[in-house]
Design a protein around this ligand. Structure first.
Ligand SMILES: [Ca+2]
Ligand SMILES: [Ca+2]
Length: 76
């Protein structure tokens, strides 16, 4: 049971680090702007970006990015 939990946590951390490798926070502000996202996803549209930016503050946090990948909105 505990092993299963550790395995799931490990898989989750792997997924997050893969996402962080795909998108580079070029200005180092801790979140991903449309330009930063588009550098990793060349065909990203503003509609999809707005969908990923679930709190609508204009930037994508690592959590929003991970959620979008998990939901299949974008590839990790
Ligand atoms: Ca940034
Ligand atoms: Ca946001």
């Amino acid at each position: 049971m505990k092993f299963r939990f550790l395995l799931a946590a490990f898989a989750a951390s792997m997924a997050v680090s893969a996402v962080q490798a795909a998108v580079v926070d070029a200005d180092g502000d801790g979140s991903y702007s449309f330009d930063e996202m588009q550098a990793a996803y060349a065909d990203l549209s503003e509609e999809v970006f707005a969908q990923i930016d679930s709190d609508g503050n204009g930037t994508v946090s690592p959590e929003e990015l991970a959620a979008a990948v998990e939901a299949g909105v974008i590839e990790g």
